[in-house]
Design a protein around this ligand. Structure first.
Ligand code: F0G
Length: 452
């Protein structure tokens, strides 16, 4: 087979600024050894997130010009609503400025004190919004998810036995909602199978519990189903996505992922009474129901992005790019979570830097070394993010969509070569400032030398 190429060519470019190692040492110290606090133009290759960082197409930019900025009843709203209803099948569509705003509304309605929310794995903002409502967030990842090396096809799945046990322990009436995150971001960008989603739906239906998707990366998830699950090889991404949406009662969506936009999201659901209440909350903080937290032009770009993400050639290239990065890391002796996920490679920091104890944050050590060696920015998903509950210390290299080429990725792999060569000398970190919520975003650190 021939090389899978980018199914686009480049019309507009954004220059990158190179820095020296000496400059980066000063810049990282000024950012308190937390790359979230760097100025972005001091970063050469930014793999912090695939969220809101994608490149829009010429059609999306053309749509931006067509955006209708009417306060109420904007044509762009109606266009996007048609697109969302057609894709998801949910009757009610509520635009929000990003995913977490949809989460806040959903959990205000279905969470609250005394309630439990169960997910395959809550993303950090999802967990924070559940807990902010007064509810308890419980993760039930499938057993394969704990084993970084297990090459299971659907490591994003919900543990069905665990789900049943948690429902029984809480009492079905106290479970506000069950959430399937597709793909499972905190679990390594791993897909959820249709069979698993179907089983979750059966359990929820039997117990009278609402079932929602956190659908940020629904199209990447659909691609894996097409590749790996019996009966889907001849279906389109859109058909598979539709089938999965159809199993749930609604979804929250961050359009910053699988809709290629820089800002946007929505809540969609079947329940029209719930939607009425959701719109009342929306008006308080997001805006009038036909724009939510978005400009008309952003609604327009999202409508177009939702179609483009379902393109076969695009998704084949997308998943091939992620696999290329993961394979390159393995070839250089960098242990990663297997198999490659949809939007990112996840490096196992504990095995990369075995001399650094967990209390000295091996993931943060990898992240900071990547910046110092090559100006590459990644994010820790481990003890810094989750505290002592972290099962692993991973470093996520997220790939923005349609942004970096193969030579950018080759450069990142060279940076890793140097990291591996100097690993025993790398310091650990001490947290010198700890914010109350979502501490990884703004925490401060100081390096601490570790005897290898
Ligand atoms: N759910 C999942 C699975 C996510 O990955 C994210 C965001 C959200 C919800 C929240 O969406 O940012 O639009 O409010 N993930 C980004 C990331 C931030 O880097 O993975 P948002």
């Amino acid at each position: 087979m021939k090389t899978i190429i980018e199914p686009f060519r480049i019309k507009v470019v954004e220059p990158l600024r190179r820095t020296t190692r000496a400059e980066r040492e000063k810049l990282l110290a000024a950012a308190h050894f937390n790359p979230f606090l760097l100025h972005a133009d001091d970063v050469l290759i930014d793999l912090l997130t695939d969220s809101g960082t994608s490149a829009m197409s010429q059609n999306q930019w053309a749509g931006i010009m067509r955006g209708d900025e009417s306060y109420a009843g904007s044509e762009s709203y109606w266009r996007l609503k048609r697109e969302v209803v057609d894709l998801t099948g949910y009757a009610e569509f509520i635009p929000t400025h990003q995913g977490r705003a949809a989460e806040r509304i959903l959990f205000s309605l279905l969470g609250g004190p005394g309630k439990t929310v169960i997910a395959n794995t809550h993303f950090d903002t999802t967990r924070a919004n559940v807990e902010q409502s007064g509810a308890r967030a419980v993760d039930c990842p499938c057993p394969d998810a704990k084993d970084l090396d297990a090459a299971a096809p659907f490591k994003g799945n919900m543990d069905l036995g665990g789900l049943l046990r948690e429902i029984e322990a809480a009492g079905p009436g106290n479970v506000g909602v069950v959430v399937l995150t597709v793909t499972n971001n905190s679990g390594g960008g791993q897909p959820v199978s249709m069979a698993n989603a179907r089983a979750v739906r059966e359990i929820c239906r039997d117990s009278g519990i609402p079932f929602f998707l956190d659908a940020c990366r629904f199209a990447e998830n659909a691609w894996f189903i097409r590749e790996r699950e019996d009966g889907y090889a001849d279906k389109t991404i859109r058909e598979i996505a539709r089938e999965m949406f159809g199993l749930a009662d609604g979804c929250t969506f961050s359009a910053k992922k699988d809709a290629f936009v820089n800002m946007g999201g929505f809540l969609a659901l079947n329940d029209s009474e719930g939607a009425l209440e959701a719109r009342n909350l929306l008006i308080l903080t997001e805006g009038f129901p036909t724009y939510g937290g978005m400009a008309g032009r952003d609604l327009e770009a999202m409508a177009i992005g939702l179609r483009e993400i379902c393109d076969h050639d695009y998704m084949e290239y997308r998943i091939a790019s992620t696999r290329y990065l993961c394979r390159g890391l393995e070839e250089r002796g960098v242990p990663t979570l297997k198999p490659a996920g949809g939007h990112a490679a996840y490096v196992d920091a504990r095995r990369t830097l075995p001399h650094i104890p967990l209390a000295r944050f091996p993931g943060q050590a990898v992240v900071n070394a990547l910046y110092l060696i090559g100006g590459v920015r990644a994010v820790e998903i481990g003890t810094v993010m989750f505290g002592e509950h972290a099962q692993h210390d991973l470093v996520r290299l997220a790939l923005p969509r349609r942004v970096y080429t193969q030579s950018h990725i080759d450069y990142v792999l060279e940076v890793f070569e140097e990291l591996v060569a100097t690993a025993p000398e790398l310091p650990g970190y001490e947290m010198t400032y700890e914010p109350r919520v979502l501490r990884h975003f703004t925490a401060h650190f100081e390096p601490v030398p570790i005897e290898a």
